[in-house]
Write a protein that binds this ligand. Structure first.
Ligand code: PRX
Length: 647
């Protein structure tokens, strides 16, 4: 018997459109396979060749030193990330190309060319130096999605400081823990940020957080909203005073290939956040190379990744990957439904976005808000769509393809993690036939496998544990200050092999289907079911917008299936629908997956990055008061409402 029973049936296949393939960086499955084989046949030669695409002060002596599970890539080399993202473009025709096109939530627009961005980064770097920040120091960044966020990250990189971006939606306590864990020296923040028309008081949160952080000696404050804030003498400095007055000339600090570029705390659904450490050369190479190939990036693209810079997707695919490639990236400050649910489509139309990368949770919200919103806009500029963050239900994928992509754009469903630094499993849009719900095939140099509990390869079609059995340049190097936790968390389950914590299966074509976190697996009458597959069956019903499935202890079956279901806007759920949905799942999957309970709710509890918190739903389903960490929960009131709804 396999380890995780796979029940999802999906047989639709979409080959790359010939016109897309004809102009793509990789234009056929054969071309992909040839390059993939080469990347695994002699990984060091492959990565050395790719590393030539970066600009170095000094080339490396050795491609890889692997003392499992500790890796060093390109040892002996020195470089600077900001030089790779900026300086090397301003000596070409790209100097006056837009690097960032930014739109604020109130509708203000700013464009920064590569030349302007470099000047601003240098000024910010000089301001940080004047605050006593230097190579090896840690700097907290707690900003809204404003251009200064990208500037701040690049300015840290320029002087060799390690940044730790904390999502602007996190509380003062969350910020305090992260700043203390990293013993940060400075924090860069703003007077506030806009979210759905109201102002988030970032500076006030920083003031509260820093009461308990002795290491921070300086705070740099961007004026964004004009709200009144308290400025502490000697500690706090206005950006528009210090950065604007600083010199636009700041030589980049050459740093070692393994110098820590950033720490990013994962918004795990369980336990204390971990400070994932990424270093300079390997991370930059991974994010730059994947951006080029996965998004088939060209100089005339306008590329938009909707992620906040508080998440790894914002690091790799808003800032570092696009800029390393000399691309034009759109950045948007606010909510997708402000002032109306068509804000994203309006942005795409007005800025002529060609590549659009977002999350399944957003796509499910769009489905729920209704097709009339995208229908108001001309989305013909789009040529490629992407998704990341969770398994995407096939019906949401089909909707994305049809309504947003006009049945014309390939979709890249990209699997990766904070820890992997860059995309790992993904279609290449001009090469890989896609199947709705599958991340398809591994990226160059990535060697994933599906194994059973003992670590033996699982047969095709059987569910199991996803592992990565070779090191790759953009892998995390450790957990900040806690190497034991690094080993324990990722390398113990299958000794010497990286375990990301996800379940998966591989089909007859070698395609990977991610089944979600293994701790989300339910055991019903001896069958271990991935919750995602039951959820996809529910979401394929016309009236269902979103579903989360969890197990509740059951004397008879081990676990019973409880489904939390959100219906489409305007629909009224009733007993008849409840019965219908149970039958629908039986029809789609089989009686084994029939939900024992269906609970209708107007919202599901999610982490700030949009992942459904099944752990909380498990407690509610079991009738327990919720215990454990809820600091990453997006909307606390959802929990209260779910409890009130208990029958
Ligand atoms: O469970 C997988 C899911 O998100 C996890 C990583 O989350 P995080 O570190 O927050 O990074 C999100 C952005 C990279 C993974 O372990 N996940 C991410 N992308 C996909 C996915 N699950 C299925 N399909 C994906 N495309």
């Amino acid at each position: 018997m396999s380890d995780i029973d796979s029940i999802l049936k999906e047989s639709r296949v979409f080959p790359p459109p010939p016109a897309f393939a004809a102009n793509a960086h990789v234009g056929s499955l054969d071309a992909y396979r040839a390059m993939y084989q080469r990347s695994l046949g002699d990984p060091e030669a492959f990565w050395a060749e790719q590393a030539e695409t970066l600009q170095w002060f000094r080339k490396w002596d050795r491609v890889l030193e692997w003392k499992a599970p500790f890796a060093r890539w390109f040892d002996g080399g020195t470089l600077n990330v900001s030089v790779n993202c900026l300086d090397r473009h301003v000596v070409t025709w790209r100097r006056n190309k837009a690097a960032l096109i930014w739109e604020g939530e109130p509708g203000d627009v700013r464009t920064l060319t590569y030349r302007q961005l470099l000047d601003e980064v240098c000024r910010c770097a000089n301001a940080l130096k004047a605050m006593g920040v230097g190579k090896g120091d840690r700097v907290g960044i707690y900003l809204p999605m404003v251009p200064e966020a990208a500037v701040a990250m690049l300015a840290c990189a320029r002087i060799g400081a390690t940044h730790s971006v904390v999502f602007g939606g996190f509380s003062a306590e969350a910020l305090r823990d992260r700043m203390n864990d990293a013993t940060a020296k400075a924090v860069i923040t703003a007077d506030g940020g806009y979210r759905r028309g109201s102002v988030v008081p970032l500076k006030a949160n920083v003031d509260a957080a820093l009461e308990g952080v002795p290491s921070v000696t300086g705070v740099l404050v961007v004026r964004r909203t004009g709200s009144a804030v308290a400025m502490r003498d000697g500690r706090d400095h206005w950006w528009h005073e210090t950065v604007d007055a600083a010199s636009p000339d700041c030589p980049a600090e050459p740093v070692e290939a393994e110098h820590p570029l950033f720490i990013l705390y994962t918004s795990g659904t369980t336990g204390k956040p971990k400070g994932v450490v990424h270093t300079t050369a390997g991370y930059l190479l991974g994010s730059a190379l994947t951006t080029r190939y996965v998004f088939d990036l060209k100089d005339d693209d306008t590329y938009w990744c909707t992620a906040d810079i508080g998440w790894v997707t914002g690091h790799s695919y808003v800032v570092y990957g696009p800029l390393a490639n000399g691309a034009t990236a759109l950045m948007y400050e606010g909510a997708p439904n402000h002032p109306q649910p068509d804000r994203f489509w309006s942005l795409i139309e007005r800025h002529r976005v060609t590549i659009f990368y977002t999350a399944p949770t957003a796509i499910r919200a769009f489905v729920r808000w209704g097709d009339e919103w995208p229908a108001k806009h001309d989305l013909a500029s789009l040529r490629l769509l992407g998704t990341v963050g969770e398994p995407i239900n096939p019906e949401a994928w089909m909707w994305y393809r049809r309504v947003i992509g006009g049945d014309r754009c390939p979709i890249v469903d990209t699997w990766w993690q904070t820890e992997t630094g860059a995309i790992m499993i993904t279609p290449l849009p001009g090469a890989t036939p896609t199947k709705p719900g599958s991340g398809t095939l591994p990226f160059f140099g990535v060697s994933p496998e599906v194994v059973d509990q003992k670590g033996h390869p699982a047969p095709p079609g059987a569910g199991g544990y996803l592992v990565i059995n070779k090191p790759w340049p953009s892998m995390l190097r450790t957990v900040w200050g806690d190497p034991d936790r690094y080993v324990e968390q990722y390398w113990k389950r299958f000794p010497g092999i990286y375990f990301p914590g996800d379940g998966a299966r591989r089909d007859e074509d070698g395609y990977f289907w991610i089944m979600g976190r293994v701790d989300d697996v339910i055991n019903v009458a001896g069958h271990r079911l991935g919750t995602m597959e039951v959820e996809s069956a529910l979401v394929s019903h016309a009236l269902v917008a979103e579903a989360a499935v969890v197990g509740r202890p059951d004397d008879l079956k081990g676990q019973a299936l409880v489904a939390f279901v959100t219906v489409q806007a305007g629909e009224k759920p009733d007993e008849a629908l409840r019965a219908q949905l149970k039958e629908h799942v039986v029809h789609e999957i089989g009686a084994i997956a029939r939900p024992d309970d269906i609970r209708f709710t107007d919202a599901l509890p999610k982490t700030r990055s949009g992942k459904i918190m099944r752990r909380l739903l498990r407690d509610i389903a079991a009738g327990k008061q919720t215990v454990g960490d809820t600091t990453t929960l997006e909307d606390y009131s959802v929990l209260a409402r779910l409890r009130e709804d208990e029958e």
